[in-house]
Design a protein around this ligand. Sequence first.
Ligand SMILES: [Zn+2]
Length: 443
Amino acid sequence: MKNLFLTAVCSTAVLLLISGVAPKAASGSLDAAPTQSVTPSVALSATPTPVPTPTVVPTPTPAPCVREMNFISEDPPEDVLIPKYYNSLLEGDVHIYAFTDASGKVARRAYGSLETVWSDGETEVVSGFFEVDEDCKVISNTPVELESETYGEAVVLGESITVKGYKRAANGVYYFKSAGGIKHYRVYASVGGVEGIYPCDKEGNVERGALAADLEQDKLLMSYQVISLFVGDAPHVMLTAPTKTTLINMNNRLEASYVPQGMVAVSKHVHRAPFTLRNNGTYANAEALECFLEMVNAAYAEKGFDTFYLCSVYRSYSTQKELWDYRVSNNPSYGTNPLVPIGSAYPGTSEHQSGFAFDIGTLKHKVLGSYLANTAEHKWLAENSWRFGFILRYQKDKEYITGIKYEPYHFRYVGKELAEYLYSENICLEEYYDAPVRWVNVE
Ligand SMILES: [Zn+2]
C-alpha cells in the first residue's frame, strides 16, 4: 500500500475551506488567505500554535486544524460502483480515475482510506473516492459525493440534427438503425461544455460524462443495415476437445455443456508460490497451473514480486452467459459492431471455459483494466510469461485480429514451445493459424 502524506498543517485547512468542506475551523493560521476566518488575536509566529491564547475566547470554539492526512490508495471493493465517466489510469503506484468536469478541467480521484489526524490528537478514518492533485496527493479530507459530481451534466439543446441518415423520433431525439434493426438514439446536447451529437436513450436522456457520438462510426453502423453483425451470429465451428494450443474465439466455440477434464482446485496449491487467490472455488487446467506456479516463483526469485492476485481461471458457460447478459442489459447494442472490440466474450467464445486462461491482477490493483499495463508486475509478465508457456493473449495492436479489447491481465497457457514462438515472432494465436476473426461469411 502506498502512503500519501500531507504534512502541511494549516495550509491544508485553507484548501479545505476553498473546497468548502471544512467543518472544523482553522486556528493559528500562518496564511492570511482572504477566504479564511482567522481568530484575530492569534499572533503570527514561525511555529503554528494549536492552542489559542488563553485570553481570547473564540466563538464558536475552534476545532483543531489538520495535522496530517495519511492516504492509503486501494482498489474499490467489488460492491462499490465505479462511475462510468471515470477513466482508469495508473500513476506510479496510485490508481487514478480522471474525467473532465463541468468547467472543462480535468478532475482526478483516487479510491482509498484517509486517516486524518487533527492537532488535538483525534484521528478519523474514512474510505471512499477522494479528490487528488497532479502529484496524486489528497486535497480534501472529505470523500467526494458521487451524486453531486459535476462532470458532464448533459444539457439537451434540442436543435435539429442535420447530419444525413438520422431520422427524427420525437422531442428533438433522432435515431438510425444498424444491423438487426437495432435503433441508436442521438440528441444534440452539451456535455461538460462540449456541444455535439450525443448517444441517448429513447427519451433523449444523455448519460453524465457521455462522450459525443463518433459520426464516422455512426455512418459505418448505418451501412450495416443488411447483414446482421451480432457477434453471436458470426460464422463458427464448435470445438470438441480443445487442447492448450487450440484457438478459441468468436469463430471457434465451446459447447454450452463443455466442461474440461483434468482440472485442479487452485486453492490446494496456493501454498506453493507467493500469490493471492481471489476465489477459493477457482479451478484450472493442471498443467497450466503448474506453469503458473513456476512463473510466480520465478517472478519472486528474480524481482521479489509476491503481489500477484489471481482473479479468475476456469469459468463455466453459464457464468460467462451471466457476464454477457449483464453487459447487454447495460448496452443493448453490445457486440454488434466489428469496429468496437469486445471486452466480455460471448458465451462459448471465452478461453476461460477451457481452463487455460488466467486473469492476473496485483494486490494493490485488484480491479482488472488496461491501466494494469503500467504495473511493474505486468510489465514483467508481458516480457517473461512466454518462458512459462503463457502468452499475453489480447494485445493492443491486435484488437481487430482477435476481436477482443486489449487486456494486459489475461494470460493464456499454450505450452512453452508455442509461447516462445508466438513471442519471438510477435504474432497472436489468430495470426499463427492465419485466421483473423470474421464477423460475417465472406464467401
Ligand atoms: Zn480473461
